[in-house]
Design a protein around this ligand. Sequence first.
Ligand code: FE2
Ligand code: FE2
Length: 229
Amino acid sequence: MLQYDVVMNDRWVKGMYAKYCATLSVDTRNHGIGHAITVANTCEKFARMVNMKEERINELKIAALFHDIGIADFGKVGHNLRGANMTREYLSNKQISNKEMIYDAVKNHTNGGVENLYCKILFFADKIDVCKNRMTGIGAKTRGNRQFAHFEGVDFGILNDTFIVKFKTNGKIDMNELNSYYFVAKIFTSIKALADHFKLKYMVLLDGKDWVVRPSAVNIPKSMSLFRQ
Ligand SMILES: [Fe+2]
Ligand SMILES: [Fe+2]
């Protein structure tokens, strides 16, 4: 069976991510292989919390590793679809189960609105990788997004019947600006989708206090088309 570690060290995979980074003049920490590996590790952490089998964790991590690979030649627009096709091609002659779930997770990682647990976990892991080390030059100037420069860490766990996600900041956040940014709705939606899947309640904390957002931010229809990718 194809192993995650093999894929992670694959020259073609590394080359695709490096290609994207090399083609842009701004720094590209937000979609390089470092981000893909962080997302894969976050996926694994969640998967272990819900006792997923080793083989499934391996498949999930491979989906996570590939999730942004479609960005290589043409940038962000449509990278999910291109990435799914590249994943399909790469895995076509490899021995691994649940290929369709892997492609589907890559394809839908930008909106998460599908009944595929790999996709739900990937959507969550991708969205919570928002800390300052991912801030790009452009991102730091974008209203709303620039608030993520104050994020220093994130952790999560399941306590009894509650899925708890905790963000740590440097305390300098403008909460009004942050909460009006579309991406916050995506973070909350990804958390709610996982909590619903496992029939858990959820709690999101920012520096130990409830991160309160407008209710509409989490009551988002299945189709996430209202939101920018
Ligand atoms: Fe992406
Ligand atoms: Fe991503």
